[in-house]
Design a binder for this molecule. Structure first.
Ligand code: FAD
Ligand code: DLZ
Ligand code: SF4
Length: 509
């Protein structure tokens, strides 16, 4: 006899999940389902599908070992429904119950599907996050601007992380000023921890290859952690070997070092294998033990209790329509190079090849290379959003959408960013070694060989003058544009027009 069904989704693989805490091992049945609709709402990178399915299978086994009854649907099970709600209805019928317990999903699409289902659904708060959505809403209420920095300080006070007698450790809230160093290739940097697939993962890899092998992305070698114990190993490896340089090289990009000092912990945090507080506590411990400098520990903790929590707060506060925002009226189709088509631009080629091979790019590659180009080129932000939601192993809408629609594409009109994150090629040249292997010249501002970022940057500023001219943080840029000779401005417009026309004709840039 089953009282209730406890739904556990593919990104809710935490033993301390609120729905499981509320459940009863003897009377409730845990439902987990691999379903076609979740694999198809965007063309996910095959490694992302493999990560989720393998981690789900391992988690179901852990639950069984912990005394739970689990009804687990595999992708190809005969009679299985294609959606989460379909599977709940099927299991509910089998066990004569319509009572469902679930921790609130991280996507409006699923929340709405569950609310509309002919089932009695109890949705519990997702308290794996540090800041409850109501607390975020209270913080945001009545503020003129929702800048992350102020939210972050509240989170430092709330968690007590890096605090000493009520004041920030090291005397400052934020050490970002020290965190903008370019990196040199360094053979000693070990990169993230890589794992060898076990038999469960191998079976999933075969399934994914057969069903989703045509999606953009390389599946093998598959090296991601798929259990909590492996994810804890990855955290340990990062904290011991890479964290110390995290701050200094946070914004750097290198052709031949795809991970630098980044943690690559986001896939594990986002599917529930790691908890944000335990990750931050470990990092704080490394600083208190004198193993890493304050700018590394503070920089890292800010990403988690600041940016990560803030993005989630914005996603739920702004509602289901957020992914359709298009404040700048951008309509261009996403260029084919995002799906691997030829390009002479070395930075784009490198970031996209890495995305295809690793299902990973770090923040500055996402923001200042692929995101920057899409914004400068006026690409439809919804298509940009769908691309980011597809191609990264860590992509779940609650965190991807505010980063893409808000921070990267300015499509929310400035809720997240006080000005658009755009730059010419100079920024990329300063922070990377991409330009040396490019078909374009970063030093050239006009002409056939001019770096497309140089041309499109000024063209973007010119096109959106009405909106941005009055922004005090952009006034200096407009003064720079106005100081150019009219011939130079005409040459920039002509060069940008040439690049945009090639994109529209689906020709390589
Ligand atoms: P690290 O550099 O090691 O940072 C540590 C952790 O901080 C990350 O694991 C992550 O949990 C958190 N973090 C850092 N920056 C952010 C941020 N801006 N927002 C939220 N959390 C952050 N992050 C995702 O988790 N999923 C996404 O789908 C996603 N999409 C993005 C799309 C765009 C256009 C941009 C600009 C950023 C996106 N980010 C996303 C944020 C960030 O790029 C990734 O969190 C980060 O690159 C993950 O790699 P890492 O674990 O090595 O991060
Ligand atoms: C991403 C994903 C994929 C590919 N497949 C499944 C699945 O088969 N079953 C499942 O429960 N979850 C899956 N997920 C994760 C969900 O898409 C995720 O829970 C929602 O997007 C909410 O964040
Ligand atoms: Fe990228 Fe321009 Fe540098 Fe080429 S020259 S790598 S397009 S920034």
């Amino acid at each position: 006899m089953v009282n209730r069904l406890i739904l556990v989704l593919g990104d809710q693989l935490s033993h301390a999940l609120s729905a499981l805490r509320d459940g009863d091992r003897s009377g409730d049945l845990v439902v987990m389902a691999e379903v076609a609709d979740e694999a198809a709402y965007v063309p996910h990178h095959p490694a992302k599908i493999a990560l989720v399915l393998s981690a789900m299978r391992h988690f179901a086994e852990e639950l069984r070992a912990d005394g739970w009854q689990v009804a687990y649907t595999r992708f190809d099970d005969p009679g299985a429904a294609t959606s989460i709600v379909g599977e709940l209805l099927r299991r509910g019928q089998d066990h004569a119950t319509d009572k469902i317990i679930v921790t609130r999903p991280g996507e409006w699409r699923l929340i709405e599907a569950l609310e509309d289902a002919p089932l009695t659904v109890t949705m519990l708060p997702d308290d794996r996050f540090i800041c409850p959505t109501e607390v975020f809403d209270q913080w945001a209420e009545g503020r003129k601007t929702l800048r992350m920095e102020y939210f972050y300080r509240e989170m430092r006070r709330r968690t007590g992380l890096l605090m000493e007698d009520g004041t920030p450790a090291g005397g400052k809230w934020n050490f970002d000023h020290d965190n903008r160093k370019p990196a040199a290739a360094d053979m000693l940097r070990p990169g993230p921890k890589r794992f060898v697939p076990d038999a469960v993962t191998e079976e999933v890899l075969d399934l994914v290859e057969a069903r989703f092998g045509g999606n953009f992305g390389r599946l093998r070698p598959f090296c991601l952690a798929v259990t909590r114990s492996e994810a804890l190993d990855a955290l340990n490896h990062f904290s011991t070997n890479l964290l110390a340089g995290f701050g200094d090289y946070q914004d750097a990009m290198l052709n031949d070092d795809r991970f630098l000092h980044h943690s690559v912990l986001s896939p594990y945090l986002n599917i529930g294998l790691l908890e944000p507080m335990e990750v931050c506590e470990r990092v704080e411990h490394e600083w208190r033990a004198g193993n890493v400098p304050i700018n590394a520990a503070e920089g890292f903790i800010r990403q988690i209790i600041g940016w990560r929590e803030y993005m989630r707060g914005i996603y739920f506060r702004e509602g289901p329509g957020y992914t359709r925002r298009n404040a700048l009226g951008h309509r261009r189709d996403l260029p084919a190079m995002y799906w691997g088509a030829e390009t002479g631009m070395a930075c784009m080629r490198s970031a996209i090849a890495q995305t295809r091979e690793e299902a990973y790019a770090h923040h500055i590659q996402r923001l200042m290379v692929t995101g920057n180009f899409a914004l400068l080129a006026g690409v439809d932000p919804h298509q940009v959003h769908q691309w980011y939601l597809s191609v990264y192993a860590d992509a779940f809408e609650w965190v991807e959408a505010p980063n893409t629609v808000g921070m990267s594409q300015f499509a929310d009109g400035g809720i997240i960013a006080s000005k658009p994150y755009v730059s010419s090629g100079n920024y990329i040249d300063r922070m990377s070694n991409y330009c040396g292997s490019c078909a374009y010249s970063v030093k050239e501002k006009t002409g056939e060989r001019a770096c497309p970022f140089n041309l499109l940057y000024w063209d973007f500023m010119d096109r959106h003058r009405d909106r941005f001219e009055a922004n005090p943080r952009m006034a200096q840029m407009y003064r720079g544009w106005d100081r150019m000779s009219s011939q130079k401005r005409a040459a920039v417009r002509e060069g940008a027009g040439r690049i945009l026309a090639r994109l529209d004709a689906d020709e390589p840039v």
